[in-house]
Design a protein around this ligand. Sequence first.
Ligand SMILES: [Zn+2]
Length: 504
Amino acid sequence: MNKPFYITTPLYYVNARPHIGHAYTTILCDTFARFHRFLGEEVFFMTGTDEHGTKIDQAAKAQGKEAKLYVDEMVPVFKKLWDIIGIRYDHFIRTTDPSHQEIVQTILKRLESKRDIYKGNYKGWYCTPCESFWTQLQLAGGKCPDCRRDVQELCEENYFFKLSNYQLWLVDYIGKHPGFVLPKTRQNEILTFLEQPLEDLCITRPRSRLSWGISYPESPEYVVYVWFDALINYVSGIEYSLATQKFSSFWPADVHMVGKDILRQHAVYWPIMLKALDIEMPQTVLAHGWWTIEGSKVSKSRGNTVDPFEIVNRYGVDALRYYLLHEVKLGFDGSYSEDLLVERFNSDLANDLGNLVLRATSMLDRYFKGKIPSTAGQDHSPLKKKVSEMLEIVRNQMRDFQPEGAIDAIWSVVREANRFVEQKKPWVLARERQQDELGNVLIELLETVRLLGVILFPFLPMSSRKILQLFGMKDDPTVKEFKWGTLKPNTQIDKGEPLFPKVE
Ligand SMILES: [Zn+2]
């Protein structure tokens, strides 16, 4: 029995409503999770929310609310979006969950007993909006190098985690595991960063400055730094240290999907935390790019967000999923454009896929009253080969983390099937009463449509469902259903509604 496939999104910081960037990360993970379920594997897909820290405290205060009430109201907004866009996660973790907080404290005690944590003075510059400490050298013209805002000088006693103890080990580990940080360009970035001496990580904040966080064990005058707390979710969510089976059966994670802006936390801090705890490394930390609008990153602080709720309202879930999954190569930045989304909707979804499904089912309706004919069953299926090759290409592309390539492979079959209709001209065959040939053409076409419905399940689950319903298939498809030649004579197939009514 293989280890279950364990994939995670980062925990989303709930200081604002989810935007298109959150939707992108989560759709990517959902697609990989669905694909592995489709292959018949057990899957554990975890997402959740990061709920501590200064920015959340500030967001709550701005609304005149207690921090806990504020986060309790934000979490359902995220969950609702995931429901709307077809995200099927197995566990939703919140960093305010009591079990998470307990495990964070257990881990801190363990690291203390291993002398990986010490108390020291921290002198530096602090950027409150970014919750980042910076050294003098890191400042950009005296300002925060991330957001270019003013910083305040700080000197306080805090707990530190000895990242420096593990720097050489990490460089060596990354060098020996080329699949650990992907894509390769990001791996190089991390290795370059690691050429400089690694500073120890300050992992607490005095409660007098920030009260909204997990208490440091036995020193309640400190709260745990929000990143240190949040990263632990990947093991606390599967019950690390709770003496259950869950952790040993799911760990190590197969994929931690992250945005490229939080790669350092995931490819430097996190592996070192795991190493210090003697926990095995995850297989892959996979960094995707940013969606930009007119050249700048989509983010709350830049005020150029795209509301995924609105996009789904206007064009449907699968239009959003198709656009985000297909428009950029995973790892690269994309420039978000609603006009382009509409263009792809009309050409790829409505014209190519939608038309194919409608044509195939309406011709069966028109020429055979919607019933699969029995024919002489000649064995000359030009689409069959193309369809079975598609499965292998999709499998390889997904293994290489290239969902856009998988979608290209599927659409090459969609287009081939449309060309097949043009070449065979079923309407001419009908006029000339070549019933056997007409029947064969339609069966061939409908087999292709059905298998497209099967393979689309991880990518466009709503469309997949609608297509498969035409064939009387109600359950989630798996690779076992990906078999050519199972349409039985006399099966009734209704002419469906258009899958993607065109957008003006
Ligand atoms: Zn800043």
